[in-house]
Design a protein around this ligand. Structure first.
Ligand SMILES: *Cc1c(COP(=O)(O)O)cnc(C)c1O
Length: 457
């Protein structure tokens, strides 16, 4: 690779001078110097200084089968030689697009048999928004257009996805939001255990906030409710078990479609192909992206239920699509990625072994650490709440700074972890074994001890 001819400093200089990064404070970045990641193998990434780092985030929630998979490189290479690109617009398809659509339909809950492809989670959420609105138009109810979402939701970074998402900081920079979205409380509250409300009651109360919003807007104006089964970028917020069944009941009662954003949870993360399955949620639309190719190629999809697809496919031409919808190389890689997940039994392993073990091990090693207010998880998703006082749940002043301190010590000690507000996040590749989990827990402990030395001084 040509980059081998450049020193770390030269690469950092090019990056500093010319590269605008996503979700980045550039003044801060340029002061510190960017990390140049040059390679990866299995569960580890390597930087240009030769540092080996255990990747606790699977890239960005996506590299489920781990790094360096020859099979995926070969699938891309073979497909590029045979047919690098063709569109799927004008009565054409390609073999990988047709095969992947069938493959996904076979894996998905039984009421899903149609798939619309895109190239990113944001893009596919846009497709999902357009599709539910179009569905109600075709049903003769065009006024049913409002989508109810939650505070703290992350649905992507385009204007529509930002408006549908519930991130205050993103809304603040957006200018006028797109109309047609309404936000209600999210079904997670770390403070809860210090307030005395039961988890069950809280789950029902959070779901009823959706009902209140529907009644205020008028059910005749509401198209859908949208949610991540577990809020990911919002801080791995796992709703109480009472939440989704109540949401389901409310959506049925008022004839509101249920859109699931499974961009993080699909393809194994919760110990099932879809969280819809592991959490028993009956949806009308499901967005997937990230792990569909384990991040080896940019691909996303919206799974459209029979209820919606039957109407859309009888509605004449749907004026919607992307140049790269069903891109053959991305689909060929996705097919091979799904084969790997299946062949290696990664989902069963997460469900029966490594998922429970990750939570158990973290509880054992850091569960009673002075900085830890809570450890929670499902499958290979985990979160650690960082607090100043574990008895009262009091946080450190200057929100987020304590978690950043833990994160920096973790990277230093050899593991990539993410800080979201005062929460540490783990979302590792599904290839992690018990040994990898032991290593990760030990690094968490080192990072927390060092952070405690800094913070509790
Ligand atoms: C990452 C993410 C998205 C956006 O996907 P992009 O590929 O970054 O556009 C949407 N929803 C959820 C839940 C995500 O985690």
């Amino acid at each position: 690779m040509a980059y081998r001819n450049f020193s770390t400093t030269q690469l950092q200089e090019m990056d500093n001078a010319h590269h605008l990064h996503p979700f980045t404070d550039h003044a801060g970045l340029r002061g510190e110097g960017v990390r140049v990641v040059t390679g990866a193998e299995g569960a580890y990434i390597f930087d240009s200084e030769g540092k080996r780092i255990l990747d606790g985030m699977a890239g960005l929630w996506c590299v489920n089968v781990g790094y360096g998979r020859e099979e995926l490189a070969k699938a891309a290479y073979e497909q590029m030689k045979e047919l690098a690109y063709y569109n799927t617009f004008f009565k054409s398809t390609t073999a990988p697009a047709a095969m992947l659509a069938k493959r996904i339909a076979d894996l998905a809950p039984t009421n899903f048999n149609q798939v619309f492809f895109g190239a990113s989670g944001s893009e596919s959420n846009d497709t999902s928004i357009r599709t539910v609105r179009y569905y109600w138009q075709l049903q003769g109810k065009p006024e049913k257009h409002i989508i109810i979402s939650r505070d703290n939701a992350y649905h992507g970074s385009t204007i529509a996805a930002t408006s549908m998402g519930g991130m205050g900081a993103m809304h603040g920079q957006l200018g006028p939001m797109l109309p047609g979205f309404r936000h209600v409380m999210c079904p997670y509250d770390f403070e809860l255990k210090h307030k005395g409300e039961s988890l069950e009651d809280f789950g029902i109360r959070a779901a009823r906030a959706v009902e209140v919003a529907i009644l205020q807007e008028g059910a005749e104006n509401v198209a859908a409710f949208v949610g991540e089964p577990i809020q990911g970028a919002g801080g791995v917020k796992i709703p109480p078990p009472t939440y989704w069944p109540e949401i389901q009941r409310i959506c049925k009662k008022y004839d509101i479609l249920l859109m699931l954003d499974e961009v993080i949870t699909a393809f194994g993360r919760t110990g099932a192909w879809f969280a819809a399955e592991s959490m028993s949620i009956e949806a009308d639309m499901i967005t997937v992206a990230k792990a569909i190719t384990s991040g080896y190629q940019p691909l996303s999809a919206v799974l459209v239920s029979d209820r919606v697809a039957d109407v859309i496919s009888k509605g004449g031409e749907y004026y919607h699509g992307y140049t790269y919808s069903g891109h053959p190389v991305t689909c060929a890689v996705a097919l091979e990625n799904i084969d790997i997940i299946e062949r290696e039994g990664l989902i069963e392993r997460v469900r029966d072994d490594t998922g429970p073990y990750l939570l158990e091990r973290l509880q054992e090693v850091i569960g009673d650490h002075p900085l830890v207010g809570e450890v929670r998880g499902m499958g290979l998703l985990a979160a650690i709440e960082i607090v100043k006082d574990r008895e009262t749940g009091e946080r450190f002043p200057n929100e987020g700074s304590a978690a950043v301190c833990v994160r920096d010590h973790s990277i230093e000690a050899g593991m990539m972890m993410r800080a979201v507000g005062d929460t540490m996040i783990l979302s590792p590749p599904l290839i992690w074994t018990r040994e990898t989990i032991d290593e990760a827990a030990a690094i968490c402990k080192v990072a927390l001890d060092k952070a405690a030395a800094d913070l509790l001084r």
